[in-house]
Design a protein around this ligand. Sequence first.
Ligand SMILES: NC(=O)c1ccc[n+]([C@@H]2O[C@H](COP(=O)([O-])OP(=O)(O)OC[C@H]3O[C@@H](n4cnc5c(N)ncnc54)[C@H](OP(=O)(O)O)[C@@H]3O)[C@@H](O)[C@H]2O)c1
Length: 284
Amino acid sequence: MILKETFTLSNGVEIPKLGLGTWFINDDDAGQAVKEAVKIGYAHIDTAQAYGNERGVGEGVKNCGAKREELFVTTKLAAEIKSYKEAVHAIDGSLEKMSLDHADLMIIHSPQPWAEFGGKERFLEGNREAWRALEDAYKAGKLRAIGVSNFQKPDIENILESCSVSPMVNQILAHVTNTPQALIRYCQEKGILVEAYSPIGHGELLKNAELAAMAEKYGVSLPQLCIRYVLQLDLIALPKTGNPEHMKNNADVDFIITQEDMAQLKNMARIKDYGKAGVFPVYK
Ligand SMILES: NC(=O)c1ccc[n+]([C@@H]2O[C@H](COP(=O)([O-])OP(=O)(O)OC[C@H]3O[C@@H](n4cnc5c(N)ncnc54)[C@H](OP(=O)(O)O)[C@@H]3O)[C@@H](O)[C@H]2O)c1
C-alpha cells in the first residue's frame, strides 16, 4: 500500500512516497483537510509560507490524533527571501505559525523571487545565504531535512559548491506530458530525491482524452494514472485535494503501468495552456 511506502533521504530520514499538496486550501480549511488525510492514512503534508495556510496545517497536525513522529511535514521558505538574516527569521516564523518545534523538511521555494521567475538573474549569492540559514536550522534540530524547489542544474551546482550540508530534495514541476528527464537524472545522480509537484497538471490533465482512455484501460481514474506515473519514475507524488473521496482515490495506486505505456506517457504532447493557472510563474 503506497501510504506505507517511503524513500530514504541522503541523511537517512524516511519520507512517505505520497504526500498531500495543500496549495489553494485556505487556512481555515487546512486543519480539517489534514485530519481527513491522516484518517485515511496519509502521513506526509506539503505546505509553504506562500500558501498562507501554515497555521491551519499545524493545527491539523496537532489535533489529527497521530503522534508527531508519525507525520512528515514540509514547508517552504518564501521565494523572495534571499538573505541569511531574513531566512533565519522566516524559518522560525514558520515553526511558530505551525506551532511545531520542528519541521521534517524545509525547502527554498524557488531560486528566483516569483516576479523574476524564468529570468536571467539566478540570485546565486542570495540562495547561498538562504541555504546557510537552512543548514543552521538543520544543525540546530529545527529541521530534519532541507532541500530546494524549482532549482535547475546551475542553481544546484551553486549550492553544492559551497554547502556544508547537501540538499536532500528538489521539488519540481513533473507530470505526464512534462517530465524534465535530464534534471531528474542529474538530481538522482547527486543523491537528491525529486518530488513531483502538480502531478495532475494542476487539474489541467483531467481534460486530456488520451489519458482518460489509458486510465480506463487500467480500470483506474485519470488522477490515479498520473500519480502512479510519477511514482514509477521514483519521484515523490504530491497531489492536492481537500476532498476525502479524492484523497482515498489518489492513495489507491497499487497497479503497474507497463514500460510501453510509461514511454507513451513520457512522450505525450506537452500541455501548452494551464488555463486560469497560466498566470502563475511556474506554468509560464
Ligand atoms: N514547489 C512549488 O513551486 C509548487 C508549485 C505547485 C504546486 N506545489 C505543490 O504540489 C501540490 C499539487 O499541485 P497542484 O495543487 O498544482 O495540483 P495537482 O495536484 O496537479 O492537481 C490538483 C487538482 O486536481 C484535482 N484532483 C485531485 N485529485 C483528484 C481526484 N482523485 N479526482 C478528481 N480530481 C482530483 C483537484 O481538485 P479537488 O481539490 O476538487 O480534489 C485540483 O483541482 C500543491 O498543492 C503544492 O503542495 C508546489
